[in-house]
Each structure stands twice: as C-alpha cells, then as structure tokens.
Design a binder for this molecule. Structure first.
Ligand code: PLP
Length: 411
C-alpha cells in the first residue's frame, strides 16, 4: 500500500502525498484528478468516507490520525485537492479558462471546516487580538456585520470600506489584517487583489481573500499575493446545494497552524460524508463552472436590452465597471448576475413567474436560483434588487424563462 492509500485507509501514514495535479494540464483534468491518492490495485479511485471519532492509537499519541476533531483521512484527501487548485502557478492568466493547478499543491496547506462562516471566523479570530485593527469590506457577505459586532466586543477595531475602486486602501494604516471579498456578494464589485495585498504587506498587515464566488478555477488569491484564500464550499465549489462546507488555504506553516489550532478548540469540523461528497463534486467543477458562467453571461446579455432592468452587474460583461480588473486577475467571472427591477412588487412578481429558477438563497448550484436580496434586510440594496445564480440548464431555456418571467411580471 502506498502512503496515500494508507492515508485513505486511515492506517497512519503521513498525509500530503498523492497523485497531484500538474501545472501543465488544463482545469478540467486537474479538477477530476485533484487530491486522488496513487492508484492501488483493488482500491477505489476516491476512497469512501472514513467514519471515525477515534483511531487505534497505542503508545504515544502521535498523528496523523488520533481523534476525529483533529483530523480525518477523508478531509486529508479533500484538503489536498483544494490545495492543488488554489496553489499559485506563476503569474495570473487572463480569463481564458485553462491552466490551473499548482504542482501537487505547491506548499499550500488547506484546512476544511463545517461551513464558510466557520472558515472565515477561524482566520479572523485566530489572527486578531484585542487592540488590533482589521479592515473588512462594507459590501461583503451579509454575515460580516455580525462578525464585526463580535470582533468589536473583543476589543478589536473594525474599519470598513467598499470593495470598488480599491477603497479599502484608504483605511489600511496600522491594520493587522485586510479582509477582501472579490467579486463582492451581492453587488459584484471587484478590487485589485495584488495592489491591495502589496499595500497591506508594505504596512505589515496580513491579507485574506474570500474566494467563494470565483472558486479557485476563477481566481487564485494566493498567487495574487494573499496570505489566506478562504471560501464557502457550500456554493459553486460543491455546486449541488446539498452540503455546507468551508476551507482556508494558506502557504505559511505558522499561520496555518494557528488556524488549525482554532479549528481544534472550536470544533467547527465537516462530517466525513460532507467532505467526501465535496471531493466527489470537485471532479465536475470545471464542467459546471464553464456551463454556469456561460449561462450567467447569456442571462446578463439578455437583461441588457430590457428597459425595466437597471444596475445590471456581471464582471464578464465588457462594459461592466469591474470588467477591466476582473479580466486581469480572474480566469472565469462566476455564475452570479445582479440587477434591479423598479419595485419590490415587480421583483416578487418576477420571481414568482420564473419556472426554471428557484426562489432560494445561496448561489453556485447546478439549478438556477434567484432572490430578492432586500428580503433579508442585511445588504444595502434597493427593494427591487435581484441576485440571480445561473445553473447548468440549457442556455436557451434559461434565458427564455427569465425573459418570459420579466414579461409576465410587467402587468
Ligand atoms: C461570499 C460568501 N462568503 C461566505 C459565506 C458563508 O458561507 P456558509 O454559508 O457556507 O457559511 C457566504 C454564504 O452565502 C458567501 O456568500
């Protein structure tokens, strides 16, 4: 049995080895092979989930597998897979869609969590201390204001600035950590990660990027200079709307150890079944991303010609305010489109009239979803603001459904 097969079987070999991805191969190839152990005769390609609260452990309690809150062989393979996709590969390419994957992870250590929020909290709360200052976006994921409240209660100064126009630069002085979310959810503004990371590092600050919307096939924050790439794997990474997951990818062993320590004490760990389902889903990430991103562009182009639509945003549209910087640092523009209808009533009628798009929150799944974002009360958006996540339906069907629902909601 090879080391990595031993990991999969939970027999105590060192984690980290594996068939790995190759920087010379395309995203689809790397996605289907990410994190797979070396082939072993009579063993499955992707070993099944290892359900274990504890592992046989005679003698001194040395790893890798001791207790199920600390580590699990199914996580190890998934962490290897995500690390391979997040790993830097030379300089960032343009949005051509191909060429991802660091050479077998290239020193990236990844930690999986029970949810995106568990991953986000792990970075913020493991790195910041009372008296520190942190910069958050003021237009990011709607749970960030709740995080801000908690950080403030712990004596951490929280500064906020918008994502667009790299406005976070103006409040960086003296900060310990810069938190970036690009493209931002739900407004889809994009900032220049490399510029912000350079400025933050010059001031001694760490940089974390929420890579949820783009996925590692859309952008690689570590390559752009970030210290942490953090994401909710609940969205496009896993893509079926059936699991919650989060991860933190990082190149610095000390930083990674402190995030790992936080995971151990908070216990925000994914179940082995979720981890295995996530790994299984990674194999189709490139296929899903290609279809969903193309569908998002098709929907955005169709909405462009509609008089009742204002504030249309999609970073892949050549005339979108984010397009220039997005094309420099992203290889795919994501599956989310946002726009505003004239009123809350019009938006509700539109959502009700859709047949192929579910009225549901979240994004990135193979089934299209849309929602009136103002219903949550957390985002600074108009009452008629819609966030639409394009799924994997046939493009003509999806566009026709959206246009028909717009027509029907007019009356
Ligand atoms: C950009 C972004 N980051 C983080 C999260 C949180 O992820 P989770 O719901 O998996 O905790 C979300 C959820 O919508 C999100 O959109």
């Amino acid at each position: 049995m090879t080391d990595s097969a031993a990991i999969a079987a939970g027999t105590g070999a060192e984690p980290g080895a594996g068939a790995g991805t190759n920087a010379g191969l395309g995203d689809g190839t790397n996605a289907v092979r990410a994190g797979l152990p070396e082939p072993v005769k009579h063993e499955p390609t992707l070993p099944g989930p290892v359900f274990a609260a504890h592992f046989h452990l005679p003698g001194d309690p040395t790893g890798p597998y001791t207790y199920g809150r600390d580590d699990n062989p199914t996580w190890t393979l998934l962490e290897q897979a995500i690390g391979e996709l997040e790993a830097p590969v030379g300089s960032a390419g343009a949005a051509t869609g191909e060429g991802s994957g660091g050479e077998a992870g290239a020193g990236v250590e990844t930690l999986v969590f029970a949810s995106g929020m568990a991953a986000i909290s792990a970075v913020l709360f493991s790195q910041l201390r009372a008296g520190d200052a942190v910069v958050l976006p003021d237009d990011g994921y709607q749970a960030l204001p709740l995080v801000k409240e908690q950080l403030t209660a712990y004596g951490i100064e929280v500064r906020t600035a918008p994502t667009g126009n790299d406005a976070q630069l103006d409040v960086l002085d003296g900060a310990k950590l810069l938190w970036i979310e690009t493209p931002s959810n739900p407004g889809l503004d994009v900032c220049d990660v490399r510029r912000l990371a350079d400025a933050a590092h010059a001031r001694g600050a760490l940089v974390a990027v929420d890579n949820t919307l783009a996925t590692p096939l859309g952008q690689r924050p570590l390559e752009l200079g970030a210290d942490f790439s953090v994401a909710s794997g609940t969205k496009m990474l896993t893509g079926h709307g059936d699991i919650l997951l989060g991860y933190v990818a990082c190149r610095d062993a000390e930083l990674s150890a402190s995030v790992r320590g936080w995971r151990k004490i908070v216990g925000a760990i994914p179940g082995p079944m979720e981890a295995w389902l996530a790994h299984r889903s990674l194999a189709t990430l490139q296929l899903r991303a290609e279809r969903q991103n193309a569908n998002a562009l098709a929907v955005a182009e169709a909405l462009r010609g509609r008089g009742e639509v204002t504030g249309l945003r999609y970073p892949g549209l050549p005339d979108d305010p984010s397009h220039k910087i997005a094309s420099q640092q992203m290889r795919r523009f994501g599956c989310v489109v946002s726009f505003t209808l004239p009123s809350r009533e019009r938006a509700d009628r539109f959502l009700y009239a859709l047949r192929l798009v579910d009225d549901a929150t979240s994004f990135g799944g193979v089934r299209s979803t849309a929602e009136r974002r103002g219903r949550w009360g957390g985002d600074a958006v108009a009452e008629g603001f819609i966030r639409l996540s394009a799924g994997s339906e046939d493009p003509a069907d999806l566009v026709a459904d959206v246009l028909r629902a717009l027509d029907e909601s007019a009356g």
